[in-house]
Design a binder for this molecule. Sequence first.
Ligand SMILES: Cc1cc2nc3c(=O)[nH]c(=O)nc-3n(C[C@H](O)[C@H](O)[C@H](O)COP(=O)(O)O)c2cc1C
Length: 401
Amino acid sequence: MLKGKVVVVGVCGGIAAYKAADLVSRLKKLDADVHVIMTRSACEFITPLTFQSLSQQYVVHDMFEEPRSWEIQHVSLAQKGDVFVIAPATANIIGKVANGIADDMLSTTIMATKSPVIFAPAMNSNMYENTIVQQNINKLKSLGYIFVEPESGRLACGDVGKGRLAPTDTIVDAVIQAIGYEKDLKGIKVLVTAGPTREPLDPVRFISNYSSGKMGYAIARAAKYRGADVTLITGPVSLQPVEGIRMIRVNTALEMYEAVMDNFYESSIIIKAAAVGDYRPLHFSADKIKKERDKFEIELTKNPDILAELGKRVQKQVLIGFSMETQHLEQYATKKLVEKNLDLIVANDISKEGAGFAVDTNIVKIIDKQGRIKDLPMTPKEQLAHEVLNEALKIYHNKNK
Ligand SMILES: Cc1cc2nc3c(=O)[nH]c(=O)nc-3n(C[C@H](O)[C@H](O)[C@H](O)COP(=O)(O)O)c2cc1C
């Protein structure tokens, strides 16, 4: 399954370091070309010889040792690796990468790679729950680093809690997920919109919605992994930017409209995951509105319907919209698909737990023009992003035969 793929396994200094031997062995059985980098601390727990024997490759642990070939090792492995999997990942390596520290072979190589990096943390539960560790994890996640959550249970130190290295199977699955995709979007221009819009009332207030932008950002990142030329038009969100793509930041629905129109014709797949405000205040007060009246009415006016405008113009392009409903999901989503001339609509029922805004999962139905419905169970947004792109690509090839 991983034939021809180079997997770099980073082993850090924790009790679970011995479990990395099983991981290396499993990856080898899947035909991967496995290279191991150990930290200095990891060598206190398990010897390089174990990994050398299992991977049948020289194990790197010292950045300044005599080079074995003319290649600069941290750069060559960074380029060679199709995926990096750090297991066990210590609080230390997570903190170092999150803060741009590259002071040994492993952290330097991670810093130098453009390939997906998977962290499988393992540590004492108090360490894992530490706000600093969690902030570092969240920062890395928002930058596109992948995490395989540790399990809860009895830890090596005797404590009970979350921090035990995920099972080898789960880590192997994450590796397959990260590199199991071909660069099938190479050369295709994908335009994605994400996040909410803000419609200003006065210099300090606005009308907006709860969109976090996670779905759109996940699509942009997945498209990038699959080789697409990605433009992401984003409303104000608190996510880290997606590296290696073109990002355009907007605030209002009108700005979103302008930016989408400017980029529409040169894009082949357009995925509108943004939650654009339907209305904006008719009047903007240049001065802050004072708290003088007991009752206060805001007159609203309709924003342009970006999807409908694109639907009028679409030809060979693939146009995909999202629909968030609290009732009559299929009926409302299908109506939107037809009325706006979409190729596909991703409908989610935000009243369900695990779906909608701000969470990392979604529960959706993907409906196409022929009325076919793909009903997906609760799925991580990263995975759902690939599902949407798979469908988009099929339609793209059909329309551009
Ligand atoms: C016996 C022992 C067990 C340890 N287990 C862990 C662990 O499971 N997770 C962790 O994050 N740190 C653990 N540490 C602390 C790390 O070894 C320490 O933070 C070290 O600096 C990590 O270096 P590295 O990230 O370069 O491997 C342990 C230390 C000792 C002495």
